[in-house]
Design a protein around this ligand. Sequence first.
Ligand code: FES
Ligand SMILES: [Fe+2]
Length: 453
Amino acid sequence: MNKPTDFVFTPTTKAPEPALELGRIPVDRYTDPVFLKLEDDCIWSKTWLLAGAACDVAEPGDFFVFENLRESVLVTHAEDGVVRAFYNVCQHRGNQLKASGCGNSPYLSCGFHGWEYYLDGSIKEIPEAHDFPQGVPAEELSLKEVRCEAWGGFIWISMDPDIEPLIKYLGVVPEHLAPYEMESMVLVSDETVEWSCNWKTSVDIFSETYHVRGVHPESEYLADDVNVQMDLYGPHSRFIAPMYIPSPRKIGEDKALNQTMVEYLKSEGFPVESFEGDVTNLRGAVAAHKRSMTNENGLDFSKLTDDQLTADYHYNVFPNITFNLFGEQMWMFRHRPHPTDPDKMYFDRMIFNRVPKGEAAGGAKAGAVDLFVELGDVNIVGRPEHNFYRYGEQSSGLLLDQDASCLAGVQKGLHSRGMTGLWISHHERRIRNFHFWWEKYMSEQPLMLKSAE
Ligand code: FES
Ligand SMILES: [Fe+2]
């Protein structure tokens, strides 16, 4: 816990702008299957990847599986208290040890011939071990470890044994997000939706608010899509999007609250009937109201500014993570590649709630039902079930349904002979920056980069 004198609020100073090329961004990287392999060699195996929620390996015996492209990684919490990650593959004949999801077990048993491993990766038992004339050397046959570190309430892994420490890789992000105390938030929703687009089109759309007018017309009445601060921090980036103030296109001369905003405020419990201001001072009133509710709901906002209580602080971590930070909640989006099809991807969404101090200790434990927190009208009992579906089978909520629908059309268009490359605006420069770093990673490996030929 920071002492008050040590505490630093999330910096909001505008970052210097790097010089970026202005040319079109080639489209074959979104559509050509050859890039699946190239990205595996140059991006997925060379960066830190968010593998899953730390609460899923909170206790000895806990494990979860993280799938990315052709790899499957097993994250475990062993008896010695250490959280480790291993390639999810039995050293006998290569069977996957665990199929998916999370669980708790003292050992890992292979379903093929019954080899057993401890959760620290070492061999526990090999049936008929005497029948291996070459022997069964313990070190040779232990599970193959991958780098594994924790930050922000998540376990991160890297398949690059020589990669820099996670905290260094994340750059300014840990310092910027420390006031949100993400580690003490509680997982309340866990979904994976298969979308009909490449993973990078998804990263792109979650990098700008230019698409709000076309894709999210309702949001124009609730949030400012124009006065959005963009910051580039090496491969990572941020935008700060003010909420509780409409788009400048939707503010009338009288500056009165629009009906969509009024309904939204009511749904959040804001006493809109007694509010006598207009759109210019609504954000301050909402922040004050949220702080006034602290005694009632127990939520501690003392490390967040009024701006943070009324805006989306939106961070992208290269290559494929988006954090949306609000006062009460955090949304983690993971834009995961499909293993064989560049026209598909997995959109992983985890929602975490801020909860009263003390009630979140240890996080929501996988499989346990000893956590009960009431927050507004959300009741949390244990860890939420992971929910998988394809776009169209269920709703992901209006905003994400709108994004997914748009991206399916974008992916089709990117295959057209009539599309020679993305034409990016200044507002959209997080996309340009992402692709600058994507190309840098791709070109640093001894492989031919098709789009650069
Ligand atoms: S492949 Fe695992 S025991 Fe044979
Ligand atoms: Fe969107």
